[in-house]
Design a protein around this ligand. Structure first.
Ligand code: OAD
Length: 235
């Protein structure tokens, strides 16, 4: 495979997963050292766990927020921002909740799994909350505990966000999957959707997984190298 001039394509989608931030120091979810090896989602990442013990779940997410703030975006995150500056039709759909893309200056089109940096309440309030410790652990309006505005196990993906992402995928001429195991639905369906609609399919992942078969080209490299080296910015 030769380096790809993305400006030759009308619409490009980067579809990112936890592996994108691995080199910044954020652990991925699956595989050795993955978050779900260390913590069971039933205790920390589902609505039932939150209803049983909101403080425990809030504390778990505060640890993750502190971890994210101690990490910096790397050359791969930053290069996506450079590409967007050079070529406006680059859409980014992310499963990452860590905010690293946004800190690198990337315009994120769809945060499929929400954000560590927002909270919401059952009463409908949703607000930005950007420090390691939550500004408030209970809702100002109804005094119930606030939960992170992320998609936990057994939660539904926000329908509007999903539809917007599906539209971007349907229009993609190139679909670049970065650092995702392709194991979590409905996000995992995007690679199949893009392949069926005829996009050029490029995977960036040092390791092969079950979703790799959906891609025609594979960069078995870490994201911090693959993105700047294989997608040079042109004007
Ligand atoms: P996973 O942890 O399932 O997969 C991470 C992928 O990144 C693996 O395929 C690794 O091989 C790859 N990887 C590791 N280091 C890399 C590097 N330096 N460069 C490129 N790739 C690398 O993460 P996701 O696919 O994002 O949901 O998982 C999907 C969802 O499952 C997450 O969004 C999360 C989790 O439950 C929520 O938090 C809501």
């Amino acid at each position: 495979m030769q380096p790809v001039d993305l400006s030759q394509y009308p619409r490009v989608v980067f579809f990112t997963g936890a592996g994108l931030s691995a080199e910044s120091g954020m652990p991925t979810y699956r595989g050795s050292g993955g978050i779900w090896q260390q913590y069971h989602y039933r205790e920390f990442a589902c609505q039932d766990a939150f209803d049983r013990d909101p403080s425990k779940v809030q504390e778990f997410h505060e640890i993750r927020r502190a971890k994210a703030l101690a990490c910096e975006p790397h050359a791969g995150h930053r290069h996506i921002a450079v590409l967007q500056g050079a070529h406006r039709r680059i859409d980014v759909i992310t499963q990452n909740i860590d905010g690293m893309l946004q800190r690198a200056g990337v315009r994120v089109g769809a945060e499929l799994h929400g954000s560590l940096w927002r909270v919401r309440c059952a009463c409908g309030i949703r607000q930005e909350d950007a420090a390691a410790a939550y500004a408030a652990r209970i809702c100002m309006r109804c005094k119930q505990p606030v939960r992170p505005d992320i998609v936990w196990f057994e939660d539904r993906v926000n329908e509007g966000v999903f539809m917007h992402a599906a539209e971007m995928v349907g229009n993609a001429d190139v679909f670049i999957g970065v650092g995702t195991s392709g194991a979590v639905w409905p996000a995992a369906g995007f690679a199949e959707q893009a392949r069926r609609s005829g996009a050029r399919m490029i995977e960036i992942n040092p390791e092969e997984n079950e979703a790799s078969r959906l891609y025609g080209e594979h960069l078995r490299l870490p994201a911090s190298r693959a993105i700047p080296e294989w997608f040079p910015a042109t004007r």
